[in-house]
Design a protein around this ligand. Structure first.
Ligand code: LLP
Length: 401
């Protein structure tokens, strides 16, 4: 499971300081290969959902593997361009955005998925049949690790409900829309292959209504392991079942359908390590607190989603196992882990958080006027700083003094 040794992590901490995010490119490569192997033989493309981690050095590495990129804002589209992606390799899956951004994406020549009747109508009025468009549908199924990261259910803001198919078709008809793609993304941390298949079954009912369809975009959401022996999505099974399902449902309108995926976590979660240092130990009646030089300002997932990140004390591998509450230094309840068994923790020890590649740095903030950490990349044995640690001036940069 661990691909970077403790010795390398300690060296990075002493060379670059802490807290620091570290990303292992070899892990991203092997995850990408797992996907391409599983779908070998199918007409399948993968667009990395870069909202998980947008550092352009990581984007460049992912492009070098042959993947495209899925973006969720016009700025992500621009970062993808900086990283060298061609417009044909960029997908913009928009949600609830101002139509001006869709126009900008169109002018850049990227693929666009639209997720509201309102923007679809504006798109039709402006572009008619002249520019292909994808439609994000909501299949109204529950999927994903918890409600906050479930996007395909009835109460979700995402997509256009399949129950509104008549309204979609009226717009397609009125503006002669060129609907090239149908899209679903039902959630994140989806473990069961059957849940992916449920969404696909619902899509199969919609496909016959779209005469010019070329692409079915199934989004991302594959679950990765967070603990030793944790369950993850069975990727070979997913590949087999999805290809089987499409073989059994050939497009009634003749064109063979290309399948797209938008994996985020699957590609980058496990490549990431977040190294922190223990500031203070505090024993109370409730717990033995280890307070690190970070907080939910740098890694929000435990507080926001109750997500589990494996933690190791890499400074004391031979220490006795004890139970700790690992907390941050933010002036608010800021718990990374409660009742966690670690090797004896002392002030100054380095605690490493695993699965820190996806939605880690990317969701960080300057809360409490703390500075964002540095990012470091490991590739082919080389260690490279890919983002400078912020400094005090960054806090003042946009303030009017
Ligand atoms: N495609 C679309 C349209 C999405 O909205 C997302 C994620 C993905 C693909 C990639 O999903 P993934 O493969 O990473 O599960 N911040 C949360 C996850 C939110 C996911 C939002 N959308 C977390 O840290 O668990």
């Amino acid at each position: 499971m661990d691909s970077i040794s403790h010795a390398t992590l300690s060296k990075i901490a002493s060379d670059f300081g802490t807290p620091v995010y570290v990303y292992d490119c070899n892990k991203i490569t092997s995850q990408y290969q797992r996907l391409t192997n599983a779908f070998n033989g199918g007409d399948v493309r993968f667009f990395y959902a870069c909202k998980a981690l947008t550092n352009v050095n990581i984007l460049r590495h992912i492009r070098s593997l042959g993947a495209g990129v899925d973006c969720s804002s016009i700025n992500e589209v621009k970062l993808a361009v900086v990283a060298g992606f061609l417009p044909s390799e960029i997908l913009y899956t928009s949600n609830g955005i101002d139509f001006a951004e869709i126009e900008e994406a169109q002018s850049m020549g990227v693929h666009i998925n639209i997720d509201s009747l309102s923007n679809l109508e504006k798109f039709g009025k402006k572009f008619g049949h002249s520019y292909p468009v994808g439609i994000r549908l909501r299949p109204n199924i529950m999927a994903g690790g918890n409600l906050k990261i479930s996007t395909g259910h009835e109460k979700s803001k995402f997509g256009i409900s399949v129950n509104q198919l008549d309204k979609i078709l009226a717009l397609v008809d009125r503006y002669d829309l060129f609907v090239q793609a149908l899209h679903i993304h039902t959630g994140s941390d989806i473990r069961d292959v059957d849940v992916f298949l449920k969404g696909i079954e619902i899509l199969f009912d919609q496909i016959p209504f779209f005469k010019e369809l070329e692409i079915i975009d199934l989004g991302g959401g594959m679950k990765v392991p967070y603990k030793k022996d944790d369950e993850e999505t069975d990727i070979p099974l997913l590949g087999m079942k999805v290809l089987e399902a499409f073989a059994e449902h050939p497009n009634p309108n003749g064109k063979p359908l290309q399948i797209w995926f938008e994996p985020g976590k699957f590609l980058v979660s496990e490549c990431g390590y977040f190294i922190t240092q223990v500031n203070v130990m505090k024993q109370t009646g409730a717990a033995n607190f280890a307070s690190v030089n970070s907080g939910f300002n740098h890694l929000i997932r435990p507080m926001f989603y109750d997500s589990y990140h494996r933690i190791e004390n890499i400074s004391n591998p031979g220490g006795d196992s004890q139970s700790y509450a690992v907390v941050g230094n933010i002036c608010e309840t800021d718990t990374f882990a409660w009742n966690r068994t670690l090797q004896e923790v002392r002030e100054g020890d380095l605690l490493v958080f695993y699965n820190a590649g996806a939605y880690g740095f990317e969701m960080s903030s300057n809360f409490n006027s703390r500075l964002k950490p540095a990012e470091v990349m490991l590739k082919d044995g080389e260690v490279t700083l890919i983002r400078n640690r912020e400094d005090f001036d960054d806090l003042l940069r946009h303030q009017v003094l």
